[in-house]
Design a protein. Structure first.
Length: 310
């Protein structure tokens, strides 16, 4: 595979986890083309964790990279003119520009996000919206993909975004394999609103993991909202409310996303005809499979297989 150069720009005050996420996910593996370098502006940079990062790269590696990732800082970092110029130049050259958490502040300050949708950590999103009115802020997502510009919400949403990038580059099988190595969910539904502190504490046991596992083992079957509620021992109304609390989405939308995930793996790893793929993942017919692929992924199952199989 042709090497894909990734520069992770460690700015002053960088949050250690924000830095570690892309460094781990895009580390060298036999099945991936990524060559990753951590870059600093100067000899080293101080982290929000109380230690310094001494990196191999500088702004030169940022300028020559195929993908530039800016992890978040606390408080949000306002970079130097040299850093802003390097980010703007990379964007103008068509490089892929990515932010994790409050790294979106650096991208916005460089003009990279003007006219685009973007997100950042919920604690700073009001400030972000005030400072950068040219950016369309999406408050309730884990990440935003605008093609060559991608932003994630708070901290661990960087895992979701980086796995999404791997999935986009190399397919679901490779992304899922990396996720399993991290003991992370290959794909999470919902948005960061589910993590914002609620004004009133949630009461009772809202653990629906057993019901979700039960459904995942039966994706090829017809599963109704009534059946999910019966398995959870809840009314349908309570199930919907608890599901939203845990996942940020509805039971049926979660089920559809799971079916599409299964379809993607089957398309990547088998030669099964479309009707069989549709039946095995619970979407019924090839026509229904094509409909949902177009809506969710803006492509067809055939085109997806041609891109990612093998």
């Amino acid at each position: 595979m042709k090497a894909h150069r990734i520069a992770i720009l460690a700015l002053d005050g960088i949050m250690p986890l924000d830095l570690a996420i892309p460094a781990q996910i895009f580390s060298a593996r036999p099945e991936t083309p990524y060559e990753t370098t951590v870059c600093t502006f100067g000899a080293s940079t101080h982290t929000a964790g109380g230690f310094a990062v001494v990196a191999e790269g500088s702004l030169e590696q940022v300028r020559s990279a195929d993908t530039v990732i800016v992890p978040g800082s606390e408080p949000p970092c306002w970079p130097s003119e040299a850093v802003l110029a390097a980010l703007a130049e990379a964007h103008e050259q068509g490089k892929r520009i990515v932010s994790i958490c409050t790294g979106a502040f650096a991208l916005a300050a460089a003009g990279v996000l003007d006219g685009l949708r973007a997100t950042t950590h919920w604690q700073y999103i009001d400030e972000f919206e005030r400072e950068f009115p040219a950016v369309s802020v999406d408050r309730d997502v884990l990440y935003v993909d605008e093609g060559d510009v991608l932003t994630s919400a708070g901290v661990c949403c960087g895992i979701d975004l980086c796995l999404h990038i791997v999935r986009r580059d190399l397919g679901a099988v490779v992304a899922n394999r990396i996720a399993r190595g991290l003991v992370a969910a290959p794909h999470r539904e919902g948005g960061q609103a589910q993590y914002v502190p609620a004004p009133v504490p949630l009461a009772g046991d809202a653990a629906l993991s057993d019901t979700r596992d039960w459904a995942l083992q039966r994706l090829g079957e017809q599963i109704s909202l009534r059946q999910l509620a019966q398995h959870a021992g809840l009314s349908q109304r309570t199930l919907i409310r608890r599901f939203a609390e845990e996942t940020g989405t509805t039971p049926l939308q979660w089920l559809l996303d799971a079916r599409l995930g299964r379809a993607r793996e089957l398309l990547e790893t088998t030669d099964q005809p479309m009707d069989l793929v549709a039946r095995e993942c619970g979407l019924g017919t090839a026509a229904n499979l094509r409909l949902h692929f177009r809506r969710a992924l803006n492509t067809t199952p055939t085109a997806y297989r041609q891109t990612f199989k093998g």
